[in-house]
Design a protein around this ligand. Sequence first.
Ligand code: MG
Length: 589
Amino acid sequence: MRSAPTILHLDMDAFFAAAEQASKPSLRGKAVVVGGLGPRGVVATASYEARVFGVRSAMPTGQARRLAPNAAYLSPRFSLYRSISDQVMALLRSLSPLVEPLSLDEAFVDLEAGGVAWDAASARRVGERLREDIRAVTGLTGSVGLAASKMLAKIASEEAKPDGLVLIEPGTERELLAPMPVRTLPGVGPATGDHLRRAGITTVGELAEAGEDELVRLVGKAHGQGLYAMALALDERPVVAERETKSVSVEDTYDVDIHDRVRIQGEVRRLADRCVRRLREGGHAGRTIQLKVRRYDFSTLTRSETLRGPTDDPAVVREAAARLLEGVDTTGGVRLLGVGVSGLADFTQEDLFAQAAQAAEAARAADAARALEAAHADPVAQEARAGEGAGGERGAGGPAAVDDTEHRSPPGREPSVARPVPRWTAGHDVRHAVHGHGWVQGSGLGRVTVRFETPDSPAPGRVRTFAVDDPELEPADPLPLVATEPAAPRGAEGTATRASAEAPRATEAPAAGEAPASAEAPAATEAPAAAEAPASAEAPAATEAPASAEALASPSGGRALAASRGAGEPPAKPVTAAAGGAERDGASG
Ligand SMILES: [Mg+2]
């Protein structure tokens, strides 16, 4: 193991929720829960304010709603999270060629390999500067752990949360670990934790005292030896650049064999959901769904099914896993079940476009069906539909929730078939011809409630309610959190290009020749175009699949500008906008 704390672990703080709070001024300092909003949805991230009520990641959203009924419940905006992740990863890659991303918001960096740190003092300097740069570039906070091994660096960043830095001096590891619960160690889940507790072992210190032989006896050879090494803080795993995730899988071993077929089906569904959550956390989608069944006699079967294209849709994975289970004989009982997804692809541009097209297609079909049904629907049926929407039909909670429940429009007033009605998902972006950019607070029963605010709004924006088919309202793309960058991050070649490319645009805004006060509002609508261009220009340099997120965002700049022109802004604005657009095309082409 190295003698200097030069392995860095970065973990963004409550990433999805923090991004939502940065986007939506009205949610700052409030309980925010990002996750699946349908009946089977689970929490992806809870803001620190929501965690006070006991809301946690991976908890069913229904349970979270009971714990924190007044929190804002938002459907995730992965394109935004991915673009922020790209910015963060670019900063990390400016420090070292050895960057190992674990998910969209978490990565190991070998600072020694990058030649930027060689001892505790230099490592701390790099870590502090990284935190500043992340804040400047993304507007969000991340916590940093520094240690001589990956295991300790990750434990350190956990200790540093939120918005902190913890450095573990080599030589102090065992002392530090000793009082910590065994669950602190990677790979020690609830089952192993319980098992060890029954043997009287609750802390890492007690693990070390138990000795290797005893641990092997308790939990088996491989796991026992691993546990003992971890308890002694021995971890030689290197930081591996661009870790290729080939598959994502989850499995559970049961203390008592399960015989009940219905319960087995339920477990498989649950595992499928957990697997998809992992998949999404890594920003992946996969084509092949696998089911693993270990029977009472230890015979292990795996069955798999390959889909036509990659998916990260929980319903698709659940259904595939259920189909696979149908072909497995479980009489006699099962002791282990697992669900995995392999054939992983980061979203390529085509995937994203295909997905967007599919989503639009599905929305059109659903809307047509809804409009047809509406003709002879009764309010009860409508309510049921509103409740079962895949995302966000129940509203974002908070003040708008009141708006949400009071619209009980008679069936006759459902949207007409003439124009396809977009699906309004809680938390997602919209643009109104008159009121500008906003986000959906809630939708149901023919109405949609929108809060009009942008990341740089000085105060929470106003809330208005519209008919779901209001012709002046359309879905929009997320606005970047930081419209212009305050400073070029140091020593980052890739990001230096971005900073210099952006400089002219930053000075362009005042050039429009408007008084500061009146310039403020238009500046907000122009921000996306300016900030998106450098992102898409940068993407090819990073040669990252995630670049596709910006590829989609790029045309959106055009749409946003077109919309803002249509909104009847002063003539000076479109000129600036056109100039910005032309320059952007030049930059990316
Ligand atoms: Mg995090």
